[in-house]
Design a protein around this ligand. Structure first.
Ligand code: PHE
Ligand code: NA
Length: 499
């Protein structure tokens, strides 16, 4: 048995965890979610979700990783052999997410490159759907691999590979220590410039203006709770894996608070950066902000490029800053997704990090080529919808149910409190056992019903079957099957936590 790797410093761990949490979701998903769901009201509900689900689950996962010292499958198996499958299901979710997430990073890198000449400014929609994506007419019409994406895709995979290959401290931690502070500075610069432009106030108003009538709107609550898991990288193996490398003396609760609040602060900053510049664009065109703000990928890759172009002589510089920030935010998250899977395989197969990293990366990178085809955006959209709304939400629901109700939660609470200054008390237990299961269960089931009634985005049924429901089946069945396989080195199951 070799000694498990460890983070070098507490700061290093926090930066890596923040690196995972802060990702594409903060920059292109969060701002629009706020604007679309009652502005300031959404933000309040989001804070409530953070307090009752986000932070409690982060504490739970940091505690599990720290106590049981394993990737998700090993940690769950040590808690109860019957829980192991959940760890593998979460790992499979990671794999599916990694395969499309990396392609979005490739788009961002490609936009970084095209910012030099503002190549996207003339016809932003045509540039994105045509030049970058080579979008076909439907999910089954692949249209071939888009060769213009190959270099950025290779760069994203290469950075990811070297970080993981060189290990927790020498690779992942070292990279996070450089990238995360850089990323913050870049986004602060964009937010400062943005909020001093004419028209920016209207943009910020559009985003934050509270619509009190929506406080009890069920859609707002679903959106807030739906955002929280993906946003914080919780409920899919990642934070358990990262905290399994914590040294013995580590304050679990304060690390969890720091990670969650930093992620939230970054989202606000990104929101200010994005919406102030959109406000400026609306101002120069003499239209309402409402008319220019679009959703999802369209916001980052169509609307925002157009807005960048209204910045005059500094446009190329700010284009580069924004898209590099997007790519860097994505890369550190991608690394965490893949590390969760790689660590799980290392535990199970008792194999060396280098061997697993090479094989895993070869497989995942090959699969990602499918998303780099002309049908990539459709496939990505469907896989993303199903993994996020069901894979993560139900995975999270089962996790809190198993750990909260079929396990001695108290033993974990004692462990956490024995190393932490801020104690996890009854608020924590209540959130894990009651609030999160109720809300996640309710929203998950509601989405399930609506998906059965109305096909998601009106995609053809066969596409939803193969790229959605089948993916879900692979996540569940695959989890069970892998958990039946033997642990190469049985010893790992016996080693009790750090204490
Ligand atoms: N938390 C990341 C974000 O907000 C996304 C992510 C998802 C990271 C899954 C890791 C794993 O974009
Ligand atoms: Na996030």
């Amino acid at each position: 048995m070799v000694q498990r790797e460890q983070w070098g410093t507490r700061m290093g761990f926090i930066l890596a965890a923040v690196g995972s949490a802060v990702g594409l979701g903060n920059i292109w998903r969060f701002p629009y979610m706020v604007a679309d769901n009652g502005g300031g009201i959404f933000f309040l509900v989001y804070l409530f979700a953070l307090l009752t689900a986000g932070i409690p689950i982060m504490i739970l996962e940091f505690g599990i990783g720290h106590k049981y010292r394993g990737g998700a499958p090993l940690s769950f198996a040590k808690m109860n052999r019957k829980f192991e499958w959940l760890g593998w299901s979460q790992v499979i979710v990671c794999f599916f997410i990694a395969v499309y997430y990396v392609v979005v990073i490739a788009w961002a890198l490609s936009y970084f490159y095209h910012s030099f000449s503002l190549g996207y400014a003339g016809d932003p929609a045509g540039f994105f759907f045509g030049n970058v994506l080579g979008l076909t007419d439907g999910p089954f019409e692949l249209g071939g691999i888009q060769t213009q994406l190959l270099i950025p895709l290779a760069i994203a995979w290469a950075v990811n590979f070297f970080a993981i290959y060189t290990g927790v401290k020498g690779g992942i931690e070292r990279l996070a220590k450089i990238l995360i502070p850089t990323l913050f500075i870049m986004v602060v610069i964009i937010a400062l410039r943005g909020s001093t432009l004419p028209g920016s106030a209207a943009g910020l108003n559009f985003m934050f203006d509270p619509d009190f009538s929506r406080l009890f709107d069920f859609k707002v609550w679903t959106a807030a709770y739906g955002q929280i898991f993906f946003d914080l990288s919780i409920c899919f193996a990642i934070m358990i894996t990262y905290s399994s490398y914590l040294p013995k003396r580590s304050d679990i609760t304060s690390n969890a608070f720091t990670t969650c609040l930093t992620n939230c602060g970054f989202s606000l900053l990104a929101g200010i950066a994005v919406f102030s510049i959109l406000g400026h664009m609306a101002f120069t065109q003499g239209v309402a902000v409402n008319d220019v703000a679009g959703a999802g990928v369209g916001l980052a890759f169509v609307t925002f490029p157009a807005a960048i172009a209204t910045l005059g002589s500094v446009a190329p510089l700010f284009g580069m800053l924004f898209f590099l920030a997007l790519a860097l935010a994505g890369i550190t998250s991608l690394i965490s997704i893949n590390e969760a899977a790689i660590a799980a395989l290392m535990d199970k197969l008792a194999l060396d990090r280098k061997v697993v990293t090479v094989i895993y990366t070869a497989v995942a990178a090959s699969c990602s080529l499918l998303i780099a085809t002309g049908a990539g955006l459709y496939i990505l959209d469907i896989v993303d919808h199903f993994t996020n709304n069901f894979g993560i939400v139900f995975g999270g629901l089962i996790q809190v149910l198993l750990v909260g109700w079929f396990f001695k939660l108290k033993s974990l609470q004692d462990h956490i409190n024995s190393v932490s200054d801020i104690k996890a008390g009854s608020w924590w237990v209540f959130s894990i056992k009651i609030i999160t299961p109720l809300v996640a269960g309710y929203t998950g089931i509601m989405t399930l019903i609506s998906d059965i009634k109305v096909p998601y985005e009106n995609y053809p049924q066969e596409a939803l079957l193969v790229m959605g429901w089948l993916v879900l089946a692979v996540i569940v069945v695959g989890g069970f099957l892998v958990s039946r396989l033997k642990w190469k080195d049985k010893e790992v199951l016996l080693i009790e936590g750090v204490r």
